[in-house]
Design a protein around this ligand. Structure first.
Ligand SMILES: Cc1cc2nc3c(=O)[nH]c(=O)nc-3n(C[C@H](O)[C@H](O)[C@H](O)COP(=O)(O)OP(=O)(O)OC[C@H]3O[C@@H](n4cnc5c(N)ncnc54)[C@H](O)[C@@H]3O)c2cc1C
Length: 286
């Protein structure tokens, strides 16, 4: 199928993009990497009258340290997560997740802002925003605001973004020397969306967990923190008994959706196995 005819505007500033969106009304979409939007247009799942291309807005680019956080521009491409030294040093969990996002051709064009705005519950980066305790920077004609990742992902493909708002960047606390990360996922083939995936950020004192954030994806309508498992681990030594308790807590943390392909019990089992492996890696100093 072909996309329905649409008008196209290439914006060169945030103000221009927001103004054009406000004038055009509801029937308009921003386009960034186009790796999710273009297939949706081609299948006529979406048929907006106007596309506003944001890829030439310089203000949406760049990665920089700002105080105690790393600001990552919305137009940062998935492939940049693999090559940017600041990501490797200060946000290594994003570096660890990036090779699992789709295939090189998609990583060459797909953007962090697009992935977060879309909020696919099977996507890696939205869940990693939870694990990293990130803040999402949002621009509207009323000004700029920041929303904690914990408050951003509301329901299936639904976020705290209001119509016409633009994700401009994300802010991630700088990685510290006492922190450890672990990431992995189960997929049928490398590059496919995950059956279940998980990323962990842990602050440690020797072999004791001071604070841990565990985020899973492909386990429900939204990327999900395993808060029960976190509570089992916080303040304790990470040994086999503690890991088993955290795995047990997932039963209450997750409500996997009904699915013929991956029944809820199977998804829960995969999540438990994955969590056990990742916690063991954290224990080894991952
Ligand atoms: C075959 C295939 C496999 C894939 N596999 C994976 C995978 O394994 N894991 C994964 O995470 N993703 C996967 N993707 C999706 C890919 O990562 C997308 O690139 C990404 O989800 C969206 O980013 P984008 O820049 O392409 O956004 P676009 O497609 O341009 O936009 C997506 C949506 O976000 C909105 N949007 C974009 N940027 C902004 C912004 N800055 N502010 C507000 N709204 C914005 C658009 O209006 C649109 O509604 C796959 C895609 C394909 C085609």
């Amino acid at each position: 199928m072909k996309a329905r005819a649409f008008s196209y505007l290439r914006a060169s500033t945030i103000d221009q993009a927001l103004g054009a969106h406000a004038r055009a009304g509801d029937d308009v979409r921003f386009i960034a990497g186009g790796q999710s939007l273009v297939p949706a247009l081609s299948l006529r799942l979406q048929a907006p009258q106007l596309l506003i291309d944001i890829t030439h807005i310089a203000e949406l680019r760049g990665i920089s340290c700002e105080g105690q956080s790393l600001r990552i521009g919305a137009l940062t491409r998935h492939r940049d997560m693999l090559s940017e030294p600041l990501i490797a040093e200060f946000a290594p969990l994003l570096r660890a997740a990036a090779p699992f996002v789709a295939h090189p051709a998609i990583r060459n064009r797909g953007t962090l802002g697009g992935s977060i705005a879309l909020a696919d519950p099977a996507s890696e980066f939205p869940a990693m925003m939870l694990a990293l305790d990130a803040e999402i920077e949002i621009a509207s004609q009323a000004g700029s605001r920041r929303v904690k990742a914990d408050d951003f992902f509301l329901d299936l493909f639904e976020t705290a973004l209001q119509p016409g708002e633009l994700v401009t960047a994300v802010h991630v606390p700088l990685f510290k020397s006492n922190q450890r990360i672990a990431f992995d996922e189960f997929a049928r083939r490398r590059g496919d969306y995950a059956l279940v995936g998980c990323g962990i950020m842990a602050s440690c004192e020797g072999d004791r967990i001071e604070a841990i954030r565990i985020a899973l994806f492909s386990v429900g309508n939204v990327p999900t923190r395993a808060k029960g498992a976190e509570a089992v681990l916080n303040g304790f030594r990470l040994d086999a008994t503690r890991i088993a308790s955290a795995q047990g807590a997932l039963q209450a943390d997750l409500t996997p959706p009904e699915s013929d392909e991956v029944p809820p019990a199977m998804r829960l089992h995969l999540a438990r196995v994955l969590l056990g492996r990742l916690l063991a890696r954290i224990g080894e100093g991952a």
